[in-house]
Write a protein that binds this ligand. Structure first.
Ligand SMILES: [Zn+2]
Length: 230
């Protein structure tokens, strides 16, 4: 087996997603240098942080956290890009398990009943072959023994992000994109909505509007990454 692995590595070297240097056997996705250098948010305060603050006055969220800080040039961007466009679903597992370890010590998941990934449209699903946030959600679900509801909230249209519109209009437009299929399953629950990157927050806001049609539902939010100063 080791021989086969060595053989394959000659032709398909395992490269760091951050710096493209070859990875050691013990390293996955990122080399030690890049993983030590990842911009991980402080995760100690669930309600008084920039992620939760970005939703003040927009939608009711119990608590929220993001794992990594995102900007157009950093390693987080490379991780998300590969996860999203290069079929690197292992990155979702890698980050999901890492994030789970950190969440275990801060009890964020203690009162959560279910995980809901932000859905993508079925046409995009067909083209890409997967929802980029599913492996991340599955890793969280397995780590905390919490179910992942992948077909409760669906995306019925595929509008592109409309950066020219103001925040209110954007939220109104995207709102119509989501469809809550199974309201009864969510009644009286506390769910965590999970997205890859939160930038304007319009997608989360729109999902919440649709989800909050459910009686006595509480929503919290997690994301792999958050764009600061958006
Ligand atoms: Zn590296």
């Amino acid at each position: 087996m080791r021989f086969l692995k060595d053989f394959l590595r000659v032709f398909f070297p395992n490269l760091c997603v951050g710096c493209s240097n070859e990875l050691l056997y013990s390293e996955k996705v990122l080399c030690n240098f890049c993983s030590n250098d990842l911009p991980i948010f402080k995760l100690d305060d669930h309600t008084n942080n920039i992620v939760t603050a970005s939703f003040y006055g927009r939608t009711k969220i119990e608590k929220s956290l993001s794992f990594l800080s995102f900007n157009k040039k950093n390693t987080t961007q490379k991780l998300i890009h590969n996860l999203k466009y290069n079929d690197r679903q292992d990155i979702g597992v890698y980050l999901g398990l890492w994030f789970s370890d950190l969440l275990k010590s801060n009890h964020f998941m203690k009162d959560i009943d279910a995980i809901i990934p932000v859905p993508i449209h079925h046409k995009k699903m067909k083209k890409r072959g997967y929802n980029q946030v599913h492996t991340f959600c599955d890793s969280l679900g397995e780590s905390f023994n919490i179910p992942v509801y992948k077909s409760t909230l669906l995306r019925k249209s595929n509008s592109k992000s409309q950066t020219s519109k103001d925040r209110y209009n954007r939220a109104e437009t995207i709102y119509k994109d989501f469809w809550l299929k199974d309201e009864a399953t969510l009644r009286n629950k506390h769910v965590v909505l999970v997205d890859d990157v939160i930038t304007t927050g319009a997608t989360i806001e729109a999902c919440c509007k649709e989800l909050l049609k459910t009686d006595n539902l509480r929503i919290s939010v997690l994301s792999i990454a958050f764009t600061e100063n958006s």
